[in-house]
Design a protein around this ligand. Structure first.
Ligand code: C5P
Length: 400
C-alpha cells in the first residue's frame, strides 16, 4: 500500500522524536519515499544527520540553506506529497497548524499540502487533556486531518496517562489502512443519524437523553474518509463536523430527524441509524414557560415515529440499513428482535453491562448481529476504531 508513496514526515520538539527514526525506517521498508521536515526544536531531540542517513535525502528545517542561500519551496514540497505525517506532534505545533501560524518550514508546508495529513500527538497527559489542545485537535479534524490518537502509559515525565505517541508500527498500519480504503466508498451516498433528540416541553425545557453523538460522528468520518457522500443528520451535540466533505444537517426533534431522513433515504445506498431518538414527545407544547406550583404535574407523552423502522419499510433491493441496540439485559435476543422488526441488514449491539461501552465515553464495545444469523464480537476499542469495524461490515454488504 505504501510502495512508491511520497511521504513528508514532520518532526517536532518532543522526546518521542527518537521514535521518528524508527518510523522513517518502517516507511522506507514499505517502499515509501520519505522527506523529513523538522522544526528547530525537533533538532534538539534528534539530529538531522541520523534522519538523512535513513532517508538518503537532506533534512529540511529552515526556509533557506544557510551556507548557499538555497530557498526550500514549501509549496513544491506540499504538492509533491501523497501524505504528510506529523509525528511526533507537540501541543505547540498542533496549535500552529490549527490556527495557521506559519512561522516555520513545517507549518508552511502543512498549509501548502493538498495530500491527506496525519497527526500523531505526543505530550504530557495534562497538556493533552487541556481544553485548548482538545479544541485544536477538533479544529484539525474539522479540516479533514487524521488524528492518530496517543496511547496510554508511562510518559517521559514518569506520570501515567494518555499522551504517548502511537508506536511507529501502528502509525504505518494506520497509513496502510487509509490507502487501502481511500476510495472504496466513492460514489456511495450514506446517511448517518447521530446524537440525541430534544422534545420540547416549553420554551426553556425539553426531554432529551445522554447521547453525545460521538459514535455517529465517528461513523460519518470513517465513511467520508473512504470517499462516500455522507449526510450526517445530527441532533443537538457539541461536536464539530468531523470531515470537510460531510453534508451535515442539524435537527432538534425526532420529527425533524424523521423528515430529513425520509427525504434523503430514497437516493442513498445505505443508512446507519445511530441516533438515540426520543421514543416520546410531549403531547402539548406550552408557548409560555410553565410556572412552578406545589401540585404534582403530569406531562402527557405521544409516541414519536420510529425513524429506523420507517426507513426499513421503504428499503429497496440493493439499499442497506443498519442500526444500534443499546441493551441492559437479554441483549442478543433484544438486538436480533429489533433487527427483524426494523428490517435492518445488521445491528450493532452495545450492552450497558460492559465497561467501556455506551453513551458519552470515547470507547465502545460492540457485537454485530447480521441478518444471516452470524455474530461478530469485538473487544473494547476507541470509537473511531469501532467505526472502522462497522463500516467494514457495511462495505461487505455494499460490495455484494
Ligand atoms: O427500539 P430502539 O430504540 O432500541 O432501537 C434502536 C435503533 O432504532 C437505533 O438504531 C436508533 O437509531 C433507531 N431508532 C430510530 N427512531 C426511533 C427510535 C429508534 O431511528 N424513534
Amino acid at each position: 500500500m505504501l510502495q512508491g508513496k511520497k511521504i513528508i514526515l514532520g518532526i517536532t520538539g518532543s522526546i518521542a522524536a527518537y521514535k521518528a527514526a524508527y518510523l522513517t525506517r518502517a516507511l522506507i521498508k514499505k517502499g515509501a519515499e520519505v522527506q523529513i521536515v523538522i522544526t528547530p526544536s525537533g533538532k534538539e531531540f534528534i539530529t538531522p544527520v541520523t534522519l538523512s542517513a535513513l532517508t538518503g535525502k537532506p533534512v529540511i528545517s529552515e526556509f533557506f540553506t544557510a551556507n548557499d542561500g538555497t530557498w526550500h519551496s514549501h509549496v513544491d514540497l506540499g504538492l509533491w506529497a501523497d501524505a504528510m505525517v506529523v509525528a511526533p506532534a507537540t501541543a505547540s505545533t498542533i496549535a500552529k497548524m490549527a490556527h495557521g501560524v506559519a512561522d516555520n518550514m513545517l507549518i508552511t508546508t502543512y498549509l501548502s499540502a493538498k495530500a491527506p495529513v496525519f497527526v500523531a500527538p505526543a505530550m504530557d497527559l495534562d497538556m493533552f487533556a487541556h481544553p485548548t489542545t482538545q479544541h485544536n485537535l477538533d479544529l484539525l479534524r474539522s479540516y479533514g486531518n487524521h488524528i492518530i490518537e496517543p496511547g496510554v502509559g508511562e510518559l517521559a515525565s514518569h506520570l501515567e496517562g494518555k499522551g504517548r505517541m502511537e508506536e511507529p508500527d501502528r502509525i504505518v498500519a494506520y497509513l496502510e489502512d487509509f490507502f487501502k480504503n481511500r476510495q472504496s466508498l466513492s460514489g456511495r451516498k450514506i446517511i448517518i443519524t447521530a446524537g440525541p433528540t430534544y422534545e420540547k416541553i416549553d420554551p426553556v425545557r425539553f426531554i432529551g437523553n445522554y447521547s453525545s453523538g460521538k459514535m455517529g460522528f465517528a461513523l460519518a468520518r470513517c465513511c467520508a474518509e473512504r470517499g462516500a457522500d455522507v449526510v450526517l443528520i445530527s441532533g443537538p451535540v457539541s461536536l464539530s463536523t468531523p470531515h470537510a466533505s460531510i453534508r451535515r444537517i442539524d435537527v432538534e426533534t425526532a420529527t425533524q430527524m424523521y423528515e430529513v431522513a425520509m427525504a434523503e433515504y430514497p437516493t442513498a445506498d445505505a443508512a446507519i441509524c445511530c441516533a438515540a431518538v426520543a421514543d416520546y414527545a410531549p403531547a402539548e407544547y406550552s408557548d409560555t414557560k410553565l410556572k412552578r406550583s406545589s401540585d404534582t404535574r403530569t406531562i402527557v407523552l405521544k409516541p414519536n415515529k420510529d425513524i429506523a423502522a420507517e426507513l426499513g419499510k421503504t428499503k429497496r433491493p440493493g439499499q442497506y440499513l443498519a442500526g444500534f441496540a443499546l441493551e441492559t439485559d437479554n441483549e442478543a435476543d433484544n438486538a436480533q428482535g429489533k433487527m427483524r422488526r426494523k428490517n435492518f441488514d445488521f445491528i450493532v449491539m452495545n450492552s450497558l453491562q460492559d465497561a467501556g461501552a455506551g453513551f458519552g465515553g470515547d470507547t465502545n464495545k460492540i457485537s454485530i448481529f447480521k441478518g444471516d444469523g452470524t455474530t461478530v464480537e469485538y473487544p473494547v476499542k476507541p470509537k473511531n476504531e469501532v467505526a472502522t469495524d462497522i463500516i467494514d461490515t457495511l462495505s461487505e454488504y455494499l460490495s455484494q
